[in-house]
Design a protein around this ligand. Structure first.
Ligand SMILES: C[S@@+](CC[C@H](N)C(=O)[O-])C[C@H]1O[C@@H](n2cnc3c(N)ncnc32)[C@H](O)[C@@H]1O
Length: 206
């Protein structure tokens, strides 16, 4: 992992993504999670305080050692065991249908082959289980989209491979999951210019 991605990006994203309003969106993304949960791109553990009581364990997929260390306090304060089970959401060594539900926040933008990770979600979550997501991505506003395409190469370089031009809802559907309701629009509490802060909050059934 490049030095900047390993040592700077996890600190920047932890600060940028922990506002109170984003916490409310995290809470809404986590609603309905239960049982054994697979979380792709666990980061610094910002979703842990928002997990419903019905969650019994979290298996985290997280490549960054720094982000994992930064999550230590939140993991210690959590009511459920949190285990780091893999480093790459594109390939998780676990049996089919091992999980009741799965969660992914602000990560489908960064995983190199998001469809490969979603194929893993489809394999690893039991049939009828749900996948919950809160992501930023491609705007519905043509002018913002133009800027997203312009800025995308810079975003990828500066923010650890993050893309501005992915449509998470479309990716979820292409991966063969059954998409439920999705809210789209500027994310409350995600401060920054429009190309960076257009969000998707939704869930899908496996
Ligand atoms: C913008 S951060 C979001 C972290 C956290 N999900 C949150 O909402 O605060 C993106 C995370 O995806 C992780 N990531 C990058 N590539 C990944 C991959 N191939 N599989 C799983 N996670 C990945 C990064 O290390 C980082 O922690």
């Amino acid at each position: 992992m490049p030095w900047w991605t390993e040592h700077v990006v996890p600190r920047v994203t932890d600060v940028a993504l922990r506002s109170r309003e984003l916490g409310e969106s995290r809470g809404r993304a986590c609603a309905g999670l239960h049982g054994r949960v697979l979380e792709l791109g666990f980061g610094s553990g910002l979703n842990l305080p928002h997990l419903p009581r019905e969650v019994t364990a979290v298996d985290a997929v997280e490549p960054s050692d720094l982000a994992w260390r930064m999550s230590e306090r939140r993991r210690s304060a959590a009511d459920v065991p949190v285990t780091r089970v893999a480093l790459d959401g594109q390939s998780v060594a676990a049996d089919d249908a091992s999980y009741d539900t799965a969660l992914c926040t602000f990560t489908l933008c960064t995983i190199p082959h998001a469809l490969a990770a979603l194929a893993e979600v489809r394999r690893l979550v039991r049939p009828g289980g749900s996948f919950h997501f809160l992501e930023h991505g491609l705007s519905d506003d043509p002018r913002t989209r133009t800027w997203q395409h312009r800025l995308d190469p810079w975003e990828q370089r500066l923010v650890g491979g993050c893309h501005l031009t992915r449509d998470p809802a479309e990716l979820v559907q292409r991966a063969g999951l059954t998409l439920g309701a999705v809210e789209r629009g500027p994310l409350p509490g995600f401060r920054g210019p429009a190309p960076l802060t257009y969000g998707y909050l939704g869930s899908a059934t496996v």
